[in-house]
Structure formats: structure tokens, C-alpha cells
Ligand binder design. Structure first.
Ligand code: AMP
Length: 436
């Protein structure tokens, strides 16, 4: 019997893991150095955590969640997104007592039972960040700038940030009424799903991809033109700060509402031309009522999530720039050589694997050292270096060490090996690997 992974849920094998590790590492360093702390919540939550926040009528909750009843009769769900669990944890542990603004980030798998296709899987991974504790427009601008900076650090350029505002809950309710009136007259032209949405959650009609619905929606009123004074001012400040303070480019996208109920005020989505049908790299927005609805203080919050698989699709061949560190194989002959070899390996790693990475490189794991401390012959150690794909071999024998020398063999250009001072080995390896 041969088992396979569940459809839409993929193994990430050692051959492909470097890109994942580098991307996650870049995200951690960038976010941590901007004052964000990691939070890890369980992958399972009570179903209500999602249904009450994302919304009972949304596709995620009605069709896509992996929900089951456990032996004690509790309704549980695999998390389809990261924000609701974080708000649950923020309230449960009274994180507002620790700081007036909690900057949090997460990296991990999410689960949605959608039809798998390119860019859409049932287990996918997100990197996300939230600022909880403030309703200030500065926070919206900061979170969008973080998102933009991260994508650039991953090596992406051609992405586009789309921005809109849904206004406060009152604005959303009033606008929903207006939109409903407009759409009601065209009811028979809308698809069956949208007829349903019209009754339950008519903003979602704006998200529909059906050709006829898109046509009808084109001339519908725009939510951002129907904001109250405060929300209009807030949105104006966000745009102004993005332009003047962060220098982040965006386009206003007046029909974008995003599919989750908890959003209020600013919403955004990032698209990339190379993604095809599933063109969103990430998205997010403000959710000023969620913390209070979960029993916490009345504080605002804003966040984003990036889909890691989609980043890799958008990177295309550039993905190979991540990882593939050069292997330095250290062959040793004799007891002193093994001790010296261990020190040398440590020096190499310290020198060439530091952060930030040298220009033009995306990943800081530049050098992997493999110290051969078997008592095998030099010939057999060299064979092993070759089989392991070594880029450079350092050969240390007790005789060479007595003269403070080491032999270097460059496996790429196949030139004969040569002797150099031990003190120059770290630099020499760096030069051969293009690190300096
Ligand atoms: P959402 O919360 O739906 O806006 O998701 C945020 C980001 O996660 C999207 O922009 C995608 O990059 C990614 N994402 C969402 N659903 C999936 C999926 N089923 N498969 C792969 N990536 C996804």
C-alpha cells in the first residue's frame, strides 16, 4: 500500500526547503527589527472564532473550512487565516496590558478546502503582521509599507498595491443599503450566488468574478465615495502618509471590498501580473471592532497576510537566487588537522553567513561546512567531497599544519590544488565563492 499526501496539501522536500527558509528568515529579521514580535497560535480553534469574525455568510466559513466535531462534541476548525486566532489570543492573555500597541507577526500554514489549482492549495502558508491597539491612520500606512518592503526584500518588483476604504460599521451598513437598492433592480441579471449574497451580505457581490455581475457592478455606487467625515479624513491621511512619508506607490481600487466581514476602514490587496487567475500576493486591512467583539478593550487594529506559495510563483526563476549555499568540504589527515579543521569551519560560517547578506544575494546561508573526520584516506575523502557537491575543498594534514599551511582545491575550475597560509583560508574561500 502506498500512501499519498492529501490533494492540495504538499510536502516541501529538502531539495526545495532553502527558498522557504530564506524567505522566512528575511521576514523574521525585517519584522523583528521593526519592532514586531512573533506569536504562534494553535492550528485548531473553536469554530466560532472564525465564524463570528470572518462572517457566517462568507465563502471561507460556509464552504472552505475544515470543520469537525471532536469526541467531546466541540465544533473545531483548522485555521483558514491568522487574524482571528491572534485577536482571540490578544484578548485571552490581555496583551493590551503589556503595551498600548502590540506589533505581532506570524508565519505558518492555513487551511481552506478550495478546489486546488495553480496558486490555490488546501494547505498554504502565510506570513502576516498585525498592529493591535490603535486606530491612527499612521498604523495603516506603516502596515502597508511593511508589506511593500517585505515583498521588495523577497526580490519582487512588479507588484501593485490596491487600496480602498470601507468606512466604519455605520458607513458599511448605510452603503450596503444603497448598493442593495441599486442591485435589486438588476436582480435577474445577477448570478445565483449573487442573488443569495444580495440578501445576506450584498457587499460580496462586488467581489464576484462572473462576467455579467462584473458588468453590473461597474456602474454601482462606490463605497469610498460614501464615507462619513471621520472615515474620509482617515483614508485621506493614510494615502498622504503612504505617498509622502513612506514613498509607497498604490492605486485606488474603488470596487475592492475583500471577502472577510471583520474589515472596516482601510482595505488593501497586492497583485502581481505573473500570478494569472489567482493574482493576489497578499492583502489586509483595518478591523476596528474585532477586539471588542471578542471581549477585549475597544481598540483598533490593522494587519496584512502574504501567501508564501504565491510569492514563489511570482519570483519564477529568481526563486533560485535563494539558497544553494556553496559547500566547503574540509578533508583532514591526522589528529591536529581535525582540531584545526573544526576551528576553521567555525570561522568560515561566522564570516560568510552573517546578516545582512552581501550585495545582490537574497540569502545569508552562503557557506555550508562539512568536516570529514573519518580516518579515511585523502583519496576517499576527495571522492566524498565530489559526491556531496563540494564547491571548495580545504585539505588539512598534520604536516601542512606544522608549517601553518592548508591546501585548497577549487572543484569548479579543476585547477591543481595549491598551498596557502591558514590565516588566509577564510578570505580565499570567500573569493572563490564570489562572496567578496
Ligand atoms: P486572504 O486572507 O484570502 O486575502 O489571503 C491572503 C493571501 O493568502 C492571498 O493573497 C494569497 O496570497 C494567499 N492565499 C489565500 N488563499 C490561498 C490558497 N487557497 N492557496 C494559496 N494561497 C492562498
Amino acid at each position: 500500500m502506498m500512501y499519498k499526501s492529501i490533494r492540495g496539501m504538499e510536502d516541501i522536500l529538502p531539495g526545495g526547503i532553502r527558498a522557504w527558509q530564506s524567505l522566512e528568515r528575511i521576514a523574521r529579521i525585517e519584522l523583528e527589527s521593526n519592532g514586531y514580535s512573533e506569536i504562534r497560535t494553535p492550528i485548531l480553534e473553536e469554530t466560532a472564532v472564525f465564524s463570528r469574525s470572518i462572517g457566517d455568510t462568507t465563502d471561507i466559513v460556509t464552504k472552505e473550512m475544515y470543520t469537525f466535531v471532536d469526541k467531546k462534541g466541540r465544533g473545531l476548525s483548522l485555521r483558514p487565516e491568522g487574524t482571528a486566532p491572534i485577536v482571540r489570543a490578544y484578548v485571552e492573555h490581555s496583551l493590551h496590558r503589556i503595551s498600548n500597541q502590540s506589533r505581532l507577526y506570524y508565519i505558518g500554514p492555513m487551511f481552506r478546502s478550495e478546489r486546488p489549482q495553480k496558486g490555490r492549495s488546501r494547505q498554504f502558508h502565510q506570513i502576516g503582521a498585525e498592529i493591535i491597539g490603535s486606530s491612527e491612520p499612521q498604523m495603516d500606512a506603516e502596515i502597508i509599507a511593511r508589506l511593500s518592503d517585505l515583498l521588495k526584500l523577497f526580490g519582487l518588483e512588479a507588484f501593485q498595491i490596491k487600496l480602498n476604504s470601507l468606512g466604519c460599521k455605520d458607513d458599511k451598513d448605510k452603503f450596503s443599503g444603497k448598493l442593495k437598492n441599486y442591485l435589486k433592480g438588476k436582480k435577474n441579471k445577477l448570478c445565483a450566488d449573487c442573488n443569495n449574497r444580495l440578501e445576506k451580505n450584498c457587499l460580496r457581490v462586488l467581489d464576484c468574478k462572473n462576467e455579467e455581475c462584473v458588468k453590473i457592478v461597474k456602474d454601482s455606487p462606490d463605497i469610498a465615495d460614501n464615507l462619513c467625515g471621520r472615515c474620509g479624513e482617515h483614508f485621506g491621511k493614510v494615502k498622504m502618509m503612504l505617498e509622502s512619508y513612506f514613498g509607497v506607490q498604490f492605486v485606488e481600487s474603488k470596487k475592492m471590498v475583500r471577502g472577510l466581514d471583520y474589515y472596516t476602514g482601510t482595505v488593501f490587496e497586492v497583485t502581481h501580473p505573473d500570478l494569472g487567475g489567482q493574482d493576489a500576493l497578499g492583502g489586509g486591512g483595518r478591523y476596528d471592532n474585532l477586539v471588542k467583539e471578542f471581549g477585549g478593550p475597544n481598540v483598533g487594529a490593522v494587519g496584512f497576510a502574504i501567501g508564501i506559495e504565491r510569492v514563489f510563483i511570482a519570483l519564477g526563476d529568481k526563486k533560485d537566487l535563494f539558497g544553494s549555499p556553496g559547500l566547503v568540504y574540509i578533508a583532514t589527515l591526522g589528529g591536529d588537522a581535525k582540531i584545526k579543521g573544526r576551528k576553521l569551519a567555525e570561522e568560515l560560517r561566522l564570516r560568510w553567513n552573517g546578516f545582512p547578506p552581501p550585495d545582490g544575494r537574497l540569502y545569508n546561508l552562503n557557506v555550508v561546512t562539512l568536516l570529514d573526520w573519518t580516518d579515511a584516506s585523502l583519496r576517499s575523502q576527495m571522492r566524498s567531497a565530489d559526491r556531496n557537491g563540494a564547491r571548495v575543498v580545504i585539505i588539512l594534514g598534520d604536516d601542512e599544519i606544522k608549517q601553518n599551511k592548508a591546501a585548497i582545491k577549487d572543484m569548479e575550475n579543476k585547477e591543481p590544488q595549491f598551498l596557502i597560509d591558514i590565516g588566509s583560508v577564510v578570505d580565499e574561500v570567500g573569493k572563490r565563492m564570489g562572496l567578496c
